[in-house]
Design a protein around this ligand. Sequence first.
Ligand SMILES: O=C(O)C(=O)C[C@H](O)[C@H](O)COP(=O)(O)O
Length: 216
Amino acid sequence: MSFTLAKTERLAAILSQSPVIPVLTFEDAASGVETAKALRDGGLKVLEVTLRTPASMEALKAIIDEVEGVTVGAGTVLEVEHVQDAVRVGAAFLISPGSSSRLLAAGSEAPVPFMPGVATASEAMQLAERGATFAKFFPAGPAGGPDYLKALVAPLPDLHFVPTGGITLKNAQDYLAVRNVAAVGGSWVAPTDAIRNGDWATIRALAEEAAALKAR
Ligand SMILES: O=C(O)C(=O)C[C@H](O)[C@H](O)COP(=O)(O)O
């Protein structure tokens, strides 16, 4: 099991590029490419493509192959197969909502950084024991929001978090103000309707607002 220093540093560098990581779900590759361009043009250059839809792997690959100036990773990584497939198409990082032991083994051995999810002190401690430095905090809102995260971070000073789940432009800054929050994740910057309607101007405008948020 290896959360190596090199991969940790790579993840830190990726997360430091942007206060907000769009969490993206696509029905087809073409809308993925256009959404990625709109987000990039609005200033959000680190993107997470969730592996939730039949077209997700194709969309992930199309963005990696066709959109310049973005760093693209895979989200909703739940299975060992997801790790292998995402790495094969060139994902720059892997994110999971949780941290099952099989996935931890496969993800931490992947050649790219892997960020598992946690929601409790025990889960966070188990990750720290395995050498992880970064964790997704999921589902951030329902789990207890910025106050809960502040309490979680207090006794675990070496772990850094990317809260995701229920985050919006309105509350993002409250999460970003918590110590050791590297960035926040959220789908609000690329709403399903805007993607379906090809409303790239709206996505770009939402990205511009989000990119103006400040990480600590
Ligand atoms: O798909 C995953 O891997 C997840 O962990 C869930 C997503 O991160 C959230 O669904 C995004 O949350 P919202 O911004 O509230 O839509």
